[in-house]
Design a protein around this ligand. Structure first.
Ligand SMILES: [Zn+2]
Length: 409
């Protein structure tokens, strides 16, 4: 499980101090909760706060890339000194990491640190009144949860065929940061019990974070293949690798596949080429947009395939160019990045589970998870149905009672 793994990781003492500091400041009421505006970048933010931009320009290439991951609409916290200069700001750049800018004597410092959050596990039961989307928001006050539910069930259920009184039970995990819902909720398992149709289930596979049904069939429709035959992985994907010498976190938002110059590179999935050209330290780069909000990036290329241009549609496996070492690179390799809704995801996690149905060992471990969660969902549903029956029984008793009374009078 991603969350558990995270919590077990080493968290430097300094970060805990920052957390305590901020919690204290919140109570002193000097922290302002803000929302990152559309079109705002770290540069425009620094400008507005009258902070020298060197703190951004002195960052490494990957840290700069991380800083460009701030999502419009993300809530962040900022506090000011008495003379209205910025004293601290925490801006999330992913669900795990955040930018911390603070004043240290006369100079500002920018660092990238892990986000500290709590997680809560909840079970939600709903007897359908309107649409699942509306009802989930009404009961949980969690819009992202409603979105996640609709997104995962959309493929297997026709929402227009649902009836009043159909039951939804779902077990999920929600992150909480500074007292507020944070990040996307994870649905561990959910069931939809319909009056006139077979009950539908979805479960999140703890091994790959994807959703499957109770027969281990995938409910995610985009599949990715390896973009090349590589020799070895020279650098893995990581949001937070604590560098022992530099004493800070360094991210690598893709996988580096070492391969000889001239090795062919293929499109990982069908899509439209949205970039072909030089892209800073990435050198010769191709970017492809796929369905499901995914984009793939191929960097340090030697040459492009002549047929592949901007706006060309490619199939999965279309030849797009050759491995090289263009841009800031120490040897021939492909830097391969995968993004979902603009955020870097680990290609290894997504690609290694690109089968439509799980089998073998991964199926076995998934089915064990299904069994456990299904039991929880079904017992919760039974409790709700029993309560409902009792309520109805009471109601009918009252009605009969009153009727008798009426007759007597
Ligand atoms: Zn790389």
């Amino acid at each position: 499980m991603v969350l558990n793994a995270l919590q077990k990781e080493y968290i430097p003492l300094k970060i805990i101090f920052i957390f305590i500091f901020l919690t204290t400041v919140i109570f002193a009421n000097t922290v302002h909760n803000e929302t990152w505006k559309r079109g705002e970048s770290l540069i425009t933010f620094l400008n507005k706060q009258h902070i020298r931009k060197d703190i951004y320009f002195n960052l490494s290439k990957t840290d700069k890339e991380l800083c460009s991951e701030i999502e419009a609409g993300v809530p962040y916290q900022i506090s000011y000194t008495k003379n209205e200069n910025l004293s601290h700001v925490l801006i999330p750049i992913s669900e795990e990491m955040q930018i911390h800018i603070y004043k240290n004597e006369d100079k500002y410092v920018l660092e990238i640190i892990p986000i500290i959050f709590e997680t809560v596990e909840k079970v939600l039961t709903i007897s359908l009144e309107n649409t699942p989307y509306q009802d989930i928001i009404k009961v949980s006050k969690n819009k992202k949860l409603a979105n996640e539910f609709v997104r995962t069930f959309k493929k297997s259920v026709n929402f227009r065929r649902l009836h009043k009184g159909d039951k939804i039970v779902m077990k999920y995990i929600q992150k909480i940061r500074m007292g507020k819902y944070f990040g996307s909720p994870q649905i561990l398992g959910a069931m939809l019990k319909m009056k006139y149709k077979k009950t539908k289930y979805i479960f999140q596979n703890p091994n790959d974070g994807r959703y499957y049904d109770d027969k281990a069939k995938s409910l995610t429709s985009v599949f990715f293949r390896l973009p090349l035959k590589y020799r070895r992985i020279s650098s893995k994907f990581t949001y937070k690798r604590f560098h022992p010498i530099l004493k800070r976190y360094i991210a690598h938002l893709g996988i580096d596949y070492a391969a000889p110059r001239g090795r062919k590179i293929y499109a990982t999935a069908a899509g439209k080429v949205i970039f072909r050209g030089r892209k800073g330290g990435y050198g010769n780069t191709i970017m492809i947009r796929h369905s499901g909000g995914y984009k793939s990036l191929y960097a340090h290329m030697w040459k492009f395939a002549s047929r592949v241009k901007k706006n060309t549609w490619v199939k999965q496996g279309t030849f797009i160019g050759y491995v090289g070492t263009s841009g800031r690179s120490t040897g021939p390799h492909l830097h391969f990045g995968l993004y979902k809704n603009g955020r870097a995801v680990n290609p290894a996690r997504v690609m290694s589970y690109s089968k439509k149905t799980l089998y073998g060992k991964s199926r076995k471990s998934y089915m064990a998870h299904v069994k456990k969660v299904k039991k929880i969902l079904e017992s919760k549903l039974k409790i709700t149905e029993d309560q409902y029956a009792i309520q109805n029984f009471d109601l009918s008793y009252d009605i009969n009672h009153n009727t008798k009374k009426d007759k007597v009078n």
